[in-house]
Design a protein around this ligand. Structure first.
Ligand code: BV8
Ligand code: ZN
Length: 255
């Protein structure tokens, strides 16, 4: 593993621009359940049952109940050494590093704020391809607001509604069958194309179009470094595969 780490470090050292593409695995050691692991978020519920617009139309109360539960779990989680090492790397290379995440847990953003010690964290803020658990959006007029502190999911009539148009609010995340925000996806793909190295951390690379991000680096002639304890469909395309956990590998890779 040591020479693999050295090989990955020299790729990063030679790269002018670096993109990070992360999934649920980078937050696993913070205590956020992954989607497809044994304790996966989907275990007790199936994604198709809840993270879809059809589910929200059919039973908005149940969908809100699941997201209120997830908000309570995730708000008790803190960034781990993997998030912090990635944030420090991005802060040291402003304008040359893209942080692209599928996660909705807000931990990259929190790590950027913590790593700067008060300076401007913006260069380490992530592009959130699938939105954020901690923002609400109106299902009618699309107005976005910070997440409400508490949502009363006891009945349909107590669910939150938009102050402007009266439609039901929903979590500001991208559900299955919904398109990603075009400008966010375009910025992520452009950053991946421009990067000589894309570091892919903690993702099963099964969800599209997000999973196209590392392919954009490869198609532009760049290299992929994969950090994951398990094999993924991307592993064979990676120049270096670091088989291990993000919180233990990223500090050594990125220092
Ligand atoms: C779209 C936000 C179409 C919500 C998420 C049938 C019907 C409808 C759509 C489809 C369909 N079939 C296929 C599709 C397309 C679908 C898709 O790709 N499905 C997959 C499952 C096949 N995609 C979509 O629906 C997308 N939209 O296609 O629109 C369209 C097109 C045009 C016009 C109109 C419509 C939208 C997809 C976004 C869905 N929203 N999240 C919420 O969170 O509630 S996806 C959700 O799952 C996450 O955000 C994340 O992106 C994804 C999970 O993936 P991972 O992050 O990779 O997590 P996972 O658990 O899978 O893997 C964890 C990895 O970490 C593992 O590899 C593990 O080994 C590793 N790991 C574990 N521990 C560690 C670790 N690594 C490092 N360190 C550790 N310690
Ligand atoms: Zn509205």
């Amino acid at each position: 593993m040591k020479d693999l780490l050295e090989e990955a470090r020299s790729l990063l050292g030679a790269a002018r621009r670096v993109a990070f593409f992360t999934g649920a695995g980078i937050s696993a050691e913070s205590g956020v359940p992954t989607f497809r692991g044994e304790d996966g978020l989907w275990r007790s519920w199936r994604a198709e049952d809840l993270a879809t617009p059809q589910a929200f139309r059919r039973d908005p109360r149940l969908v809100w109940e699941w997201y209120v539960w997830r908000r309570s779990v995730v708000s008790a989680c803190r960034p781990n050494e993997g998030h912090l090492a990635l944030a420090r790397f991005a802060l040291a290379r402003p304008g040359r590093t893209a942080v692209i995440t599928q996660n909705v847990d807000g931990l990259h953003r929190e790590a950027a704020v913590r790593a700067t010690g008060g300076a401007d964290p913006a260069s380490a803020y992530p592009l959130e391809l699938h939105g954020s658990l901690f923002r609400d959006r109106c299902s009618g007029c699309g107005a976005r607001t910070e997440a409400l502190d508490s949502v009363d999911v006891s009945s349909l009539s107590t669910l939150p509604r938009c102050g402007r148009c009266g439609a039901l609010l929903r979590p500001d995340v991208v559900w299955f069958g919904e398109t990603l925000e075009a400008v966010v996806l375009a910025r992520a793909m452009a950053a991946a194309r421009a990067a000589e190295v894309c570091v892919v951390v903690g993702t099963s690379t099964l969800v599209y179009p997000a999973a196209y991000v590392p392919c954009a680096t490869l198609e532009a002639g760049g290299a992929v470094v994969e950090v994951n304890p398990e094999e993924t469909p991307l592993s064979d395309e990676a120049a270096v595969v670091l088989r291990g956990r993000a919180a233990s590998l990223l500090p050594g890779l990125l220092a």
